[in-house]
Design a binder for this molecule. Structure first.
Ligand code: M6R
Length: 612
């Protein structure tokens, strides 16, 4: 949450910073700000609102300079306002900094700094860092003062700092919040995430926790908090700029929904071939999986949409690989003392690889001896680096706050994992294994077909866009799908209340709310519980609820149970969560669009949840 950028190189610095910032806006969008350093000192512009509002403010300013920092905010301490927006400055306005994270001991630091005569302007935790550096810089060089200040902070941070006393450097540091260095030609970048620098460079250095940098236009020095130098070479990023742009779509979410056939193909690429009856992973993943015995436990940790993928993962790993699995919300796992030991493999599922709760869960499990395997989209992210092995989804950058292609590619990685373990543990008859492997190979093509439901879905969306409550119901593999469908809708259309339930749970409480016209989305694709789902549909219809049914193509009888029908390609039950995800995402998207919602940047949310 919050995006930061630092830049040093060539003018016009403002355009470079704003362009990068607009690509980080998915991380926070309640306020934005910029500080530019030139011969006349530091000029700071900041305001509540989005990057476009900041851009409008800057339109009539002539801001030259070759060094600057900028920030987009997701408020933690202090309401979104002009004053609380970053950058924050010291008493004399001689240094400015931007911050992503939370300083937990800010109150005690602030009290001390106030007693030393520092004057504060904002209610943020961040401002203490500016004053702390100012205080130490009375006796030390800027670099030393910065490092000394960092040693006093408790909490998480990614920081970028500029100061008039050292106009040829940008300083940065990370601890618990992501930060990368972009290496250009005669220009250097510091950013929370790779898309911010993609327009300028694909050479990137990933920083680790407790690392500090001093960046000039020609290079970067990385060091420890104590100033000990660290050597690290840049990596080449495979993502390109087009993948981080809307390319004609109205929203990133819609673009990413349509990218799913390709994203899933990328997850399968080089790992499963329809001709060879085997799954191939990289060496570290293979070693970890080959050491996993059938009586070992897998604990899946994730949040939000990734947790829904984990729920599907639990069902398939238990059914086909016969391995006992627990799936836990990372935010619960980290505080509830669940026993893990060297006989536990923790499987962390995360798009960003930076989600604070998932990262904390991984660290806790690791400290207790568990092995860590992760399913992750962002290369070089914290969770990827702290895992013993990683199955990268290779879905490309996901910019919209609502997760779509990350989800279906996480499911795809789970299918690969399940088939790998089912085979290595001899848990599945070879003929059945081959059938499933062939089904998995066909997923991209089936997703493409599922996308063709969009026209029908637009009409359904129009019919139900004014409803204020929705239920989503499914059983077995599509119980998590129901939760995911409801999350998509309430996330991007905040005027609507939506709940996902196991269809069999309706009669234990939720059915009491059903009244005339209440829309209920049913997942009724082919499965061993299909008839049970039909009974649940009838229970809702008997109470005059409206049933929007997603069913398998070729089902001749379903129409009589449905007020609105979406037919999706037939597939094995375990693959159906991928196929039904597509109409669920499209339905949420088109309802939100009709309700004129801010689809890519819904209120109160941020893409990467790097605070607790
Ligand atoms: O980056 P992660 O996969 O760890 O993120 C986890 C959740 O924050 C995320 O899936 C969130 O629920 C999505 N915005 C839902 O669409």
């Amino acid at each position: 949450m919050c995006g930061i950028i630092g830049y040093i190189g060539k003018p016009p610095v403002v355009e470079t910073l704003l362009d990068g910032l607009s690509r980080l806006e998915y991380r926070g969008y309640d306020s934005a700000g910029i500080a530019v350093l030139n011969g006349n000192g530091i000029r700071v512009y900041k305001r509540a609102g989005k990057v476009k509002d900041l851009r409008a403010t800057l339109q009539h300013q002539s801001l030259d300079g070759h060094v600057g920092i900028s920030h987009c905010r997701w408020a933690t301490h202090g309401v979104p306002s002009d004053i609380n927006a970053h950058p924050h400055v010291d008493c004399r306005g001689q240094l400015a900094l931007v911050h992503n994270g939370i300083i937990e001991n800010y109150a005690e630091l602030k009290a001390k700094l106030l007693s030393q005569g520092h004057r504060f302007q904002s209610q943020t935790d961040t401002e203490v860092i500016a004053h702390l550096v100012e205080e130490h810089a009375k006796r030390l060089s800027l670099g030393e003062a910065f490092r000394k200040a960092l040693q006093e902070l408790r909490g998480s941070y990614a920081l970028a700092l500029v100061a008039t006393s050292d106009p040829n450097h940008v300083y940065g540091a990370r601890c618990g919040s992501p930060l990368i260095v972009g290496v250009g030609k005669g220009e250097m970048f510091l950013a929370s995430d790779v898309p911010a620098v993609l327009a300028k460079t694909r050479r990137v250095i990933y920083l680790n926790d407790q690392e500090v940098i001093e960046m000039s236009s020609s290079g970067v020095q990385i060091m420890t908090l104590e100033g000990k130098p660290i050597k690290r070479k840049p990596s080449q990023v495979t993502w390109n700029l087009a993948s981080a742009q809307k390319e004609g779509y109205d929203h990133f979410m819609l673009k990413e929904i349509h990218e799913q056939p390709n994203a899933v193909e990328q997850t399968l690429f080089n790992r499963l071939a329809s001709t060879a009856p085997q799954i191939t992973f990289d060496r570290r993943t293979t070693t970890l999986l080959n050491r996993l015995s059938p009586d070992e436990r897998i604990v899946i940790l994730a949040c939000g949409t990734a947790y829904h993928a984990g729920m599907v993962g639990e069902y398939m790993l238990e059914e086909f690989a016969k391995i006992p699995v627990d799936v836990d919300l990372a935010s619960e796992f980290r505080y509830r003392g669940i026993p893990v030991d060297p006989n536990t493999t923790v499987l962390a599922i995360t798009q960003s690889g930076e989600t604070a709760d998932t990262l904390a869960g991984v660290r806790l499990a690791k400290s207790q001896g568990a092995k860590i395997l992760s399913i992750c989209n962002v290369m070089g992210s914290s969770i990827a680096r702290e895992s013993d092995a990683v199955i990268y989804t290779h879905a490309g950058p996901e910019i919209a706050v609502a997760s779509t292609k990350a989800y279906t590619s996480q499911l795809t990685a789970l299918y690969l994992l399940t088939l790998y373990l089912a085979k290595s543990h001899g848990a599945l008859d070879p003929k059945r294994w081959q059938e499933l492997a062939e089904g998995l190979c066909r997923l991209p093509e089936l997703i493409e077909k599922a996308l063709s439901t969009e026209r029908a879905i637009k009409l359904i969306a129009r019919r139900y866009a004014s409803a204020r409550d929705f239920y989503y119901l499914g059983r077995r593999y599509n119980f998590p799908s129901a939760m995911e469908g409801a999350l998509k809708l309430k996330e991007i259309c905040p005027t609507i209340h939506a709940e996902g339930y196991a269809a069999g749970e309706m009669k234990h409480g939720p059915i009491s709310l059903i009244r005339k016209g209440w829309p209920v989305v049913f997942l009724a694709t082919d499965s061993p519980v299909y008839e049970k789902v039909i009974s649940n549909i009838e229970e809702v219809r008997a109470r005059k609820g409206e049933c929007i049914v997603i069913a398998s193509e070729g089902n001749k009888t379903i129409r009589r149970h449905a007020d609105a029908l979406i037919a999706v390609p037939k597939t094995e039950e375990l693959f159906s969560p991928v196929i039904v995800a597509v109409p669920l995402q499209l339905l949420a998207y088109h309802i939100a669009k009709l309700n004129k919602c801010d689809i890519d940047q819904p209120p109160n949310l941020a893409k990467s949840v790097t605070v607790e």
